[in-house]
Design a protein around this ligand. Structure first.
Ligand code: DOR
Ligand code: ZN
Length: 335
């Protein structure tokens, strides 16, 4: 069996910087493009920093045709600053982190009321807002507790292009159905694993991410929505590489590195459920429709011959362990 995808997009990707960027950028380059996260140290908060980062990504890609939909780390901004952002080449939208909720998010928003004016302007200007939607509550309840904030935003700013990033719960899928003015991304791992896979037996640090994987019924609801081709659910890998030594450590960093396995594994899952015809929408069509994107023309053919996933990827002095490290997955990219 084979499928050819047109211009697949990863709507949520961490590429990091420096040597890690050089290692990871080419490993996502089978996609036609990706929404690039701004949580560097320090975070990317200005158009100048964003464009400089984009240039470093372009260099790391070494000529690969891969569009960077760049994001800025949300901070309260006035109209002039928003205009400058919107006019900056490559700019896609703002990523809002509640302060301290995940990797390098200390400078995020601690009180949503402080964001009000900026959000109103973004709504008027058609600038997308991508949100890491977790409260500071009990780890399993964080997303669910944050849903009230999404409701509030979707009601108060009905025309704001609002995305619930990396949803992990059945309740978030229900919210997506309730509010036609919201979209969402979902990762590869949250379609597959539950908390049991992370911590039910021996602890598996390479599956530890934020938001944490939830219950089987949550995973099943996410998978169902993806397989059905829910028109406002998009693939966003949240591929989040950390050096191996930071994952296999006391105080394991959050993030699952899925960039190099995402497309083959998605094809395997969709094929196993007889839903291959909806994969194009999930990895490209829905995002293009929602955001009005016209990605570069690029096709990727996948087939049901196994891919051996390396135990780790190493170069430039960095080492990072992917999901399915050392295992075989059922589908691969035709080179
Ligand atoms: O697991 C995660 N890793 N979740 C995030 O929100 C951030 C990401 C990272 O940057 O490592
Ligand atoms: Zn992320």
């Amino acid at each position: 069996m084979k499928i050819t995808l047109n211009s697949p997009l990863d709507m949520h990707l961490h590429l990091r910087d420096g040597d890690m960027l050089k290692l990871t950028a080419p490993l996502s380059a089978d996609f036609a493009g990706a929404v690039i996260m701004p949580n560097l140290v320090p975070p990317v908060t200005t158009p100048a920093a964003m464009q400089a980062y984009d240039a470093r990504i372009a260099a790391a890609l070494d000529g690969a045709d891969f569009t960077r939909y760049m994001t800025l780390f949300f901070t309260p901004l006035g109209e002039k600053e928003l205009i400058a952002a919107k006019e900056a080449p490559g700019f896609f939208g703002f990523k809002l982190y509640p302060a301290g909720i995940t990797t390098n998010s200390e400078g995020g928003v601690s009180d949503m009321a402080q964001a009000d004016k900026t959000l109103r302007l973004m709504e008027e200007m058609g600038i997308p807002l991508l949100v890491h939607g977790e409260s500071h509550g009990f780890v399993m309840d964080r997303e669910q507790e944050f849903l009230a904030v999404y409701r509030h935003l979707a009601t108060k700013y009905p025309k704001l292009k609002l995305s619930m990033e990396h949803i992990t719960t059945a309740e978030a899928v229900r919210l997506l159905d309730e509010f036609p003015n919201i979209c969402a991304t979902v990762t590869l791992q949250h379609l597959i694993i539950t908390l049991d896979d992370v911590a039910g037996g021996a602890l598996r640090p390479h599956l530890f991410c934020k938001p944490i994987a939830k219950r089987p019924e949550d995973r099943d609801a996410l998978l169902r929505a993806a397989l059905e081709g829910h028109p406002r659910l998009m693939f966003g890998s949240d591929s989040a590489p950390h050096p191996r030594c930071k994952k296999e450590a006391c105080g394991c960093a959050a993030g699952v590195f899925t960039g190099p396995v995402a497309l083959p594994k998605l094809a395997e899952i969709f094929a196993a459920h007889g839903a291959l015809e909806n994969l194009q929408a999930f990895v490209s069509g829905n995002a293009c429709q929602w955001y009005g994107l016209q990605p570069v023309q690029k096709t990727v053919t996948l087939e049901d011959t196994p891919m051996s996933v390396p135990a780790s990827y190493r170069s430039y002095g960095e080492q990072v362990v992917p999901m399915y490290a050392g295992e075989s997955i059922g589908w691969s990219i035709v080179r």
